[in-house]
Design a protein around this ligand. Structure first.
Ligand code: SF4
Length: 300
């Protein structure tokens, strides 16, 4: 605003800011992953991550302050749920990653940060429509991913939105007993109801679903679990994204060995199920969901 005097501009810069997020911590991994922790106006905090690879730059953003779903492998739920983020607060993270991170151009966005996106449905959809619009971020719907822990009414509702977005469902176990142990939401929406909602979603949208599966040593990574998983996913238009767990000292979580991971993957491939194996990213900066925020909150 060069029609204002430089003194006034300086004063404005020092005393005011647009938006409500304030960057309070930043970590850069050796692999280029950057993690940002933002303070909100009400003293809460949220994280966002930028993940550059050879031909894309993915932003991972949060939808809630804390999380009420308490998955046992995730640091985000450890201090409970505080509140939903507004659509503006969600968009501000994307804006920051677009302009304030090292990536040149944000090509993909995933709603995989803190919180359950489908539990903040209206603000999520509002922000997605803006991110998708040509006048704003112009990121194609197929480059936007919603990740859910399995809120079946939300999956059903989403299937009627006419959006070509990617849906990713956190499965992490092939039987109700194990899943309920690590994901309490499974008691409310057990596997059968979740997979029925997924089947309906695929039918209605003609889109493939990605099932996320975190491999945790001694819990869900043996060959029997892989066989069970191929059984329950048989006939579904889906792929499985295997994610060796990040070490989370506070939660006593560690990934299985390389051989076990490969055997798990090969068993699914043999059953005709598409599999990707996610490379660990940002392990040196505690990039998994909620870790940086947890450290910050433990300090204050
Ligand atoms: S994995 Fe997702 S739903 Fe589960 S506690 Fe973490 S943020 Fe919440």
């Amino acid at each position: 605003m060069s029609d204002l005097s430089s003194g006034l501009r300086l004063k404005l810069k020092e005393n005011f800011s647009f938006g409500s997020l304030r960057l309070i911590n930043k970590r850069l991994s050796a692999d280029g992953t950057e993690k940002f922790l933002f303070a909100l106006t009400d003293k809460g905090s949220v994280e966002a991550v930028s993940i550059p690879t050879e031909n894309r730059a993915t932003g991972c953003i949060s939808t809630q302050v804390g999380c009420k779903f308490a998955c046992s492998f995730c640091a985000s739920g450890l201090h409970g749920f505080k509140r939903n983020l507004s659509a503006a607060e969600i968009l501000e993270q994307a804006l920051f990653l677009k302009d304030g991170s090292r990536v040149r151009k944000l090509t993909h966005l995933v709603f995989m940060g803190t919180g359950e996106p489908l539990d903040n449905y209206d603000n999520l959809l509002k922000s997605i429509r803006i991110i998708n619009s040509k006048e704003a971020f112009n990121i194609g719907a197929r480059r936007i991913t919603i990740s859910t822990c399995g809120i079946t009414p939300g999956i059903k509702r989403l299937s009627g939105e006419g959006l070509q977005i990617e849906l990713s469902v956190s499965l992490h176990a092939s039987d109700d007993r194990t899943r309920s142990r690590i994901m309490p939401i499974n008691k409310r929406y057990p596997l059968e109801s979740l997979l029925t909602a997924c089947r309906e979603y695929i039918k209605k949208t003609d889109r493939q679903i990605t099932f996320e599966y975190v491999l945790i040593q001694g819990l869900n990574s043996d060959l029997q679990s892989s066989r069970e998983l191929s059984k329950i996913l048989k006939g579904l238009n889906c792929k499985v994204n295997l994610i060796p767990a990040n070490f989370v000292a506070e939660l006593g979580i560690e990934p299985p060995g390389k051989l076990e991971i490969l055997m798990f993957r090969d068993c699914l491939l043999k059953a005709g199920i598409g599999v990707t194996l996610r490379k660990p990213r940002g392990q040196d900066i505690e990039a998994s969901c909620g870790q940086l925020r947890l450290k910050h909150e433990n300090r204050i």
